[in-house]
Write a protein that binds this ligand. Structure first.
Ligand SMILES: Cc1cc2nc3c(=O)[nH]c(=O)nc-3n(C[C@H](O)[C@H](O)[C@H](O)COP(=O)(O)OP(=O)(O)OC[C@H]3O[C@@H](n4cnc5c(N)ncnc54)[C@H](O)[C@@H]3O)c2cc1C
Length: 301
């Protein structure tokens, strides 16, 4: 029934006036220009939050466009440094060449990670759907062999994630752990919400018991509290993790609580002219988000 409701809203979105969609999306997207994104980051920094910015977009089709987007990201590293913002960058592999070919993606990633290192900053390689996991991990490993300034993402819903982590734990590992946002087949991914949370905690514990740094990315308050218990039980030092959330998702005051507890919190701030097409594609791929957005309209920050 809820799924049907989400699909119904999704059907109507393209027929809604753009100003209304922009109003709703404005809660989650920092704007179209980098200046607007920097202003959001500046305000977040002033409240004690770190940030990561991402230019919205994916599935770039030409080598030239992928090159230009990579160039734009390099300029962002310079601008972040000039403005002394506490902010790194997240990038989607398919935005900078994954669909064109492995070599293009490799070149663009190495360029970005090199730029991150030169700017004293960090590049997070977002994880897209499961067809891209192998290549993303492989190229992230290659980048990490050359520079420290890079990390990728592991998705707790994938059966393979525990093994992927085990192959990579070590002092240089810097991973974002999230549940996973794409719809994946039951052959390769856990479908039950509670089982996903269980696996999330299992993977997180493994990481804490070994080496590496983790971005605990979730808005699920039950899971967040379980992560906090794990941190306390294992006495994990606060330089081994940070919490991460998406810009605009209400957290019932928990972000401020985490800051008060002296934990690091990073907010993922997406922006860019492609916000509309990107948002519609994401919603079509995962209609559950429609329900989240609808509910969030009535929840407190
Ligand atoms: C910083 C960050 C980076 C991420 N990077 C990736 C990535 O690289 N690859 C990937 O596959 N997934 C990524 N995700 C998404 C993640 O995998 C989950 O799909 C998403 O966070 C929802 O899971 P949850 O842990 O928040 O728990 P849920 O139980 O799914 O959500 C808890 C509550 O959070 C709110 N909420 C969650 N997601 C959204 C949303 N998108 N819009 C509005 N409200 C929402 C809703 O109120 C919901 O009830 C990222 C998430 C975060 C926080």
């Amino acid at each position: 029934m809820i799924k049907l409701f989400n699909r119904l809203i999704l059907f109507f979105i393209p027929h809604l006036p753009l100003f209304f969609v922009r109003f709703v999306a404005g809660r989650y997207v920092a704007g179209e220009s980098c200046e607007e994104a920097f202003e959001v980051v500046r305000k977040l920094n002033a409240k004690g939050f770190m940030a990561t910015i991402d230019i919205l977009g994916e599935h770039t089709r030409t080598k030239h466009t992928a090159f230009m987007i990579t160039q734009k990201y390099c300029e962002l590293f310079d601008a972040i440094k000039r403005r002394k913002l506490d902010c790194n960058i997240s990038v989607k592999p398919s935005h900078i060449g994954l669909d064109i070919g492995e070599q293009i993606l490799r070149e663009n990633l190495l360029k970005l990670v090199g730029k991150a290192a030169e700017s004293g900053n960090f590049l997070r390689i977002d994880m897209e759907n499961s067809k891209t996991t192998d290549i993303t991990l492989k190229l992230a490993d290659e980048c990490l062999a050359k520079y420290d300034s890079v990390g990728t993402v592991l998705q707790a819903y994938l059966f393979r994630t525990e093994d992927d982590l085990k192959e990579r734990v070590g002092p240089k590992l810097n991973v974002r752990l999230c549940k996973g946002i794409y719809r994946e087949s039951p052959d390769i991914a856990i479908q039950d919400r509670h089982e996903i949370n269980k696996n999330y905690l299992k993977v997180l514990k493994y990481l804490f018991d070994h080496e590496g740094y983790v971005g605990i990315a979730t808005h699920d308050l039950v899971l967040l509290k379980d992560c906090l218990h794990l941190i306390r039980d294992l006495k994990v030092p606060s330089d081994r993790f940070e919490f991460q959330v998406l810009y605009g998702v209400p957290m019932s005051g928990w972000l401020e609580k985490l800051i008060k507890m002296k934990y690091k919190v990073r907010v993922y701030v997406p922006f860019g002219p492609e916000w509309y097409a990107y948002s519609i594609r994401r919603l079509q791929e995962n209609p559950n988000i429609v329900g989240y957005i609808f509910n969030n309209l009535f929840r407190r920050a």
